[in-house]
Design a protein around this ligand. Structure first.
Ligand SMILES: Nc1ncnc2c1ncn2[C@@H]1O[C@H](COP(=O)(O)OP(=O)(O)O)[C@@H](O)[C@H]1O
Ligand SMILES: [Mg+2]
Length: 259
């Protein structure tokens, strides 16, 4: 659990279009790394290369390396399905399976990877995962209700429970709070702070306060103009990035002068 990620000279394409150019950076285990930058600079695209979700889009491909504890995800004998079991993802809009029960939602990813699970093991995993996602106390009396019966913030924690049920090493989160109210947002931020003891967490956020509050390190991406590739401008400890960034573009962005 909780592994380091080293990205070396990654170029990310949609067909002929170079969306993200030549990114090299490292992500520490047991920490939260935030990706910030203006819309369209390739944050989501880059994030999806970290569990090989990018390549499910026809024509999409990468050049370069993504090493997880030294193993290249894009190596010859690596199965993308196995990669996604080790690198879980939570999306912008909570996406529980609406007609499936709360308990079955937690088990959904696990069932894809494991043919059989006993009833008592399943019950244990549901409780453990919902506790891990700070949702157990709110739903323990209605585990057979549909996932869609929960509030938006609860649905997002349900999606986090589903992601951690498969015991990944890394959790990727793409603007996980952008559809949530401020109270639910704080609940997710508190949860992330707890989860980082066990997981390597990478979060894309357009919310600068959120990046400053939750992350240990921040990477700023930028784009020179429409049709140009996104690039990593700089990355540093979060307090340094938000107080004394090295690059003027970073300072302009975090101070709200642009983006
Ligand atoms: N499925 C796709 N096919 C082609 N181009 C895409 C696709 N998804 C994103 N892009 C392009 O890649 C660039 C980066 O987009 P994205 O990663 O969504 O940026 P961000 O998450 O920073 O807003 C944009 O120019 C966008 O139009
Ligand atoms: Mg995005």
């Amino acid at each position: 659990m909780s592994k380091r990620i080293d990205i070396n000279n990654l170029n990310v394409y949609y067909g002929e279009f170079l969306a993200v150019e030549d990114v090299s950076l490292s992500i520490e285990p047991k920490s939260i790394t935030a990706f910030i930058g203006p819309s369209g600079c390739g944050k989501s695209t880059f994030l999806r290369t970290l569990n090989r979700m990018h390549e499910v889009i026809p024509g999409a491909r990468v050049e370069g390396e993504v090493l997880i504890d030294g193993v290249n995800l894009y190596g010859d004998n690596v199965d993308p399905v196995t990669v996604r079991r080790h690198v879980g993802m939570v999306f912008q809009r909570p996406n529980p399976f609406p007609t499936m029960s709360i308990a079955e939602n937690v088990l959904a990813g696990y069932r894809l990877n494991n043919k059989r699970v006993s009833r008592s093991d399943a019950d244990d995993l549901v409780e453990e995962s919902l506790r891990g996602a700070n949702l157990w106390n709110e739903v323990k009396d209605r585990l057979d209700r549909p996932g869609s019966s929960l509030s938006g913030g609860q649905q997002q924690r349900l999606c986090i429970a589903r992601a951690i049920a498969i015991k990944p090493d890394v959790l990727l989160m793409d603007e996980p709070c952008s559809a949530l109210d401020p109270i639910s947002t704080l609940a997710i931020e508190d949860l992330m702070a707890e989860l980082k003891d066990q997981y390597t967490i990478v979060i894309v956020t357009h919310n600068m306060q959120q990046a400053a509050r939750v992350s240990d390190r921040t990477a700023f991406f930028n784009i020179a103009g429409t049709g140009k590739p996104g690039k990593l401008i700089e990355m540093n400890e979060t307090p340094v990035m938000f107080s004394t960034p090295s690059e003027k573009a970073t300072e302009d962005y975090i101070s709200g002068r642009f983006g």
